[in-house]
Design a protein around this ligand. Structure first.
Ligand SMILES: Cc1cc2nc3c(=O)[nH]c(=O)nc-3n(C[C@H](O)[C@H](O)[C@H](O)COP(=O)(O)O)c2cc1C
Length: 327
């Protein structure tokens, strides 16, 4: 077993967290599968109303008695949804993407009063220091390799910079971590675990359409781009984010013609919604990270977690330990 301070803080067996992915990318079966396997499942809430969130939490609790978390995007935090989160008292209330003018402490204090540990994910050092100063218990340093909305810094320099900047708070590494090699590397960088998105999207329990899961398996990791097209198409302005997506027909059609996306936003949003429903992986944005190149099969989530831990243990205890020689 690999036990870190983070594992003790939230009382889990393995230092692996499911990123609280919104927009229908997480649901009760995936959250419960990760928590049941000894990691920490986090439910994304963006796009849900309060009653749907309550139903999801009930479904999670029917499927597991282990700790889990609920995620909110702070720039569009919805009071009804947030109240349901506080009311249902998950082990972890996780947050990301605050606007610069938002008072983080107000949200963190309310989560603490409900008995939750507070997790905050940022892609820049100052953003994570801001969350640490506002009282977060766990910081997630998200590198630009990640799938979905990201900033500019890569995990390799960002993670140790954040570890130093928020010490002694526990830090998780996110962005590009898909196997035991990544977990071992994150621990070597000073992180207390990893937060995983893309790898756990290509699992049996993931709610994505099978064609979208297959697109992750098919990607060699070299075909992602950072773009504003998905946000222009959805009409949502994230504070300072680009999104990392697979380069498909949808992206190629609009790249360099962002002005046209703004003009035709409503029609494009409808076409994307239709494509999503039909599982049309060519004509909807596919949010996944560069680590798609490390993913070659759709597997059960529990198997992914177990094999990440087993591989990391082997690397640390055998391969790395043997590199140390006594002269
Ligand atoms: C489809 C998708 C949706 C996401 N939605 C959210 C979200 O709503 N809130 C959040 O904090 N992070 C979100 N993320 C980011 C993940 O939490 C995580 O940081 C990222 O997936 C880690 O990098 P990886 O994809 O290389 O594992 C999303 C990522 C993806 C791929």
């Amino acid at each position: 077993m690999i036990q870190t301070r983070f594992c003790s803080l939230v009382e889990i067996r393995h230092p692996i967290v499911l990123g609280g992915m919104g927009g229908g990318a997480t649901g009760a079966p995936l959250v419960a599968a990760v928590s049941n396997s000894g990691g920490l499942g986090i439910l994304g809430t963006s796009g849900m109303d309060g009653s749907r969130l309550r139903a999801e939490v009930e479904a999670i609790r029917r499927a597991t008695d282990k700790p889990f978390g609920i995620n909110h995007l702070l720039f569009e935090v919805d009071e009804e949804r947030f109240s349901v989160t506080l009311d249902t008292k998950p082990t972890v209330a996780s947050f990301a993407w605050a606007r610069p003018d938002q008072d983080l402490r107000a949200y963190f204090d309310r989560a603490h009063s409900a008995g939750c540990k507070v997790m905050y994910m940022g892609g820049e050092v100052f953003e994570n220091v801001r969350a640490a100063e506002a009282g977060a218990d766990i910081i997630v340093a998200q590198g630009t390799e990640a799938g979905g909305h990201v900033a500019w810094m890569a995990s390799m320099p960002l993670v140790p910079m954040v570890v130093d900047a928020v010490a002694p708070l526990p830090v998780l590494a996110a962005g590009g971590f898909a196997d035991g090699r990544g977990l071992a590397a994150a621990l070597a960088l000073g992180a207390e675990g990893v937060l995983v998105g893309t790898r756990l999207l290509a699992t049996h329990e993931s709610p994505l359409h099978p064609n979208f899961k297959q697109a992750i398996v098919d990607s060699d990791g070299h075909d992602t781009v950072l773009t504003e097209i998905p946000d222009l198409a959805s009409g949502r302005v994230w504070p300072g984010a680009m999104s990392r997506v697979g380069r498909n027909r949808f992206i190629e059609r609009w790249a360099g013609r962002e002005w046209a996306v703004r003009r035709e936003q409503r029609a494009i949003a409808q076409a994307v919604a239709d494509a999503r429903k039909q599982g049309d992986a060519a004509n909807a944005p596919l949010f996944f990270g560069q680590d798609a190149g490390l993913i070659d099969a759709i597997r059960p989530a529990g198997e992914v977690i177990e094999s990440m831990v087993a591989e990391a243990e082997r690397i640390i205890a055998e391969r790395l330990a043997k590199l140390i020689t006594r002269r």
